[in-house]
Design a protein. Structure first.
Length: 317
């Protein structure tokens, strides 16, 4: 099998710089994931900053460099185009990339900043060959949890989540994650403090309501957690999905009939650090075997439309 040629547009953090840290042996970036896959070849990279382009191509040993997509002339010869440019350029870069007729485009999230571009983006997805990097779509631990949620053994009483950071860039990850687990989300109610926090109640095809706190006032650290309250235990996805915690329900030795989550929790690693490797495997399978992409442009836009609804909400007078 010939290696599939990949062109990276944008040479910033997620493209390759997150792997500059000496301890980052995992694929935290597109360049690392591509080079670690024997079925992929880093064909070239695009960036309008000449110094950045030079250092990036040197670090990752990329043979072809371009200052703009217009300089790329090899139509039909690039299998995958990865768009890792700033969000406000995503629409333009996606449209120009499709002119090169790649077999798949892998677009960083969010797909767009502007709500007005949503329909235009949908119109571009004629071949359904656009994947969007909502990374947890390729997290095997989350897929395992999804299977459990919809099994007969699952007896979930309540679902509660919290997400820091701005809603479009960080909250969209949470919404997409919940949609992946529970199906299409519908906003039932929003409670806002008028400043930094919005509590959103979602319904879905699943039996339970889902409560999510979005708070953009956290500056010191990131919070991205989902709590699943079951009859016999509490399962928590912590630290963006890097760690999963499980606490059994235990009886209090002092107070009769009082039960709570055991303080002696069990921890296990999540699958987030392997997700980008899995994403490229999924893309290869899509090209070779027509496998379904785990996160399509339509999936991404569904989550981002919800984000815009939450952002535009104002307290009723």
């Amino acid at each position: 099998m010939n290696a599939k040629k990949v062109l990276i547009i944008g040479c910033g953090n997620i493209a390759g710089k997150y792997n500059n840290h000496p301890d980052s042996s995992k694929s935290l970036t597109h360049a690392k994931a591509i080079l670690q896959n024997p079925n992929l070849e880093l064909y070239g990279c695009v960036d309008n900053d000449k110094e950045n382009l030079k250092s990036f191509s040197k670090k990752w040993n990329i043979p072809r460099v371009f200052n703009s997509i217009d300089e790329v002339k090899n139509k039909n010869q690039i299998d995958i185009i990865t768009i890792a440019s700033p969000t406000d350029l995503h629409f333009e870069h996606l449209r120009n990339s499709l002119n090169l007729n790649p077999r798949v485009v892998f677009l960083e999230k969010p797909a767009s900043i502007e709500l007005t571009e949503i329909n235009k983006l949908k119109d571009l997805n004629l071949k359904n060959n656009i994947a969007v990097n909502y990374l947890r779509a390729w997290d095997e631990k989350l897929h395992e949890m999804k299977g459990f949620i919809h099994s007969k053994e699952s007896k979930i009483l309540n679902i509660h989540a919290i997400c820091s950071g701005d809603i479009l860039n960080y909250g969209s990850h949470m919404i997409h994650c919940l949609q992946m687990l529970f199906g299409e989300l519908k906003i039932e109610n929003i409670f806002s403090d008028g400043l930094h926090q919005k509590n959103v109640v979602f319904s879905s095809d699943y039996k339970n309501m889902i409560n999510v706190i979005f708070n953009n006032s956290f500056n010191s650290y990131s919070v991205f957690e989902i709590n699943f309250f079951l009859e016999d235990k509490i399962i928590t996805m912590r630290n963006n999905g890097l760690v999963w915690e499980s606490r059994s329900i235990t009886s209090d030795k002092h107070f009769k009939n009082l039960k709570y989550g055991n303080v002696n929790a069990k921890f296990e690693s999540g699958g987030l650090l392997e997700a980008l490797d899995n994403a490229y495997k999924n893309i290869i399978e899509n090209i070779d075997k027509k496998a379904t992409l785990n996160c399509t442009l339509d999936n991404a836009l569904d989550a981002e439309v919800i984000c815009h609804k939450i952002i535009s909400y104002r307290n009723k007078k």
